[in-house]
Unconditional design. Structure first.
Length: 218
């Protein structure tokens, strides 16, 4: 099996699919480029085979239309290649931190967070690419790096009493903080930590009637 990036061949061509119902199964993976994806079966390894099924499950793919993903064979195969993009994210911005400089950590509102499939993980895979716990919270993220609920670098502070803040994402970190984000504006709104006082039901929205003292920047 070969995978192609543009016209560059990457990977070792060491997989043979000898049966008509063989399947190429790719899961929990990020294809960051919007360029077409190509898979090739070298004829010298598996000549004149039926076309396999190619399934992308819980993947992020740059193209917006799954049926348009090309599968290219070095020799003609019998039949038609079958594609499936089960529970995958097509064409949507993955929201990496700084991909131009090789930083593929996820931003707080990335659609890849909690979008993977736990049952596709190898049983001995305990850490992500950075050496942190592979599954943070309950569901694995798509891609090699787990989002860990870290706060944004810039922490805006409400400057008016009684100001209403609308958050549509909330993440908890390992220190017990819950960070609330507005994903339309891509910014952190506020962070709270439960020190034993009841703050209300966070899942249904948070209303704080008492004043909050900000410690941001200290």
């Amino acid at each position: 099996l070969r995978a192609y990036r543009a016209e560059e061949s990457v990977g070792d061509e060491n997989v043979c699919l000898p049966l008509p119902d063989s399947r190429v199964y790719l899961s929990n993976s990020v294809f960051a480029s919007a360029e077409p994806l190509y898979l090739s079966l070298p004829g010298s390894l598996c000549p004149d085979l039926n076309c396999p099924k190619v399934q992308y499950a819980h993947c992020r793919i740059g193209q917006a239309d799954c049926p348009e993903l090309p599968v290219v064979f070095e020799l003609p195969c019998q039949g038609t290649a079958q594609l499936a993009c089960t529970n995958s994210i097509l064409g949507e911005d993955p929201l990496f931190r700084d991909p131009a400089n090789g930083d593929y950590r996820l931003l707080p509102c990335s659609p890849l967070i909690d979008a993977g499939a736990n049952d596709s993980l190898p049983g001995d895979l305990a850490e992500d690419y950075s050496g942190f716990q592979r599954v943070y919270k309950d569901v694995v993220d798509i891609g090699p790096l787990e989002y860990r609920g870290d706060a944004a670098e810039l922490l805006p502070i409400p400057d008016q009493a009684g100001q209403t803040l609308a958050a549509d994402r909330a993440y908890c970190d390992l220190d017990g903080w819950t960070h609330f984000y507005n994903c339309d504006e891509m910014r952190l709104l506020f962070s709270v930590r439960n020190l034993g006082n009841f703050l209300g039901n966070l899942n249904g929205g948070l209303t704080v009637e008492h004043s909050l003292t900000s410690t941001y920047g200290q």
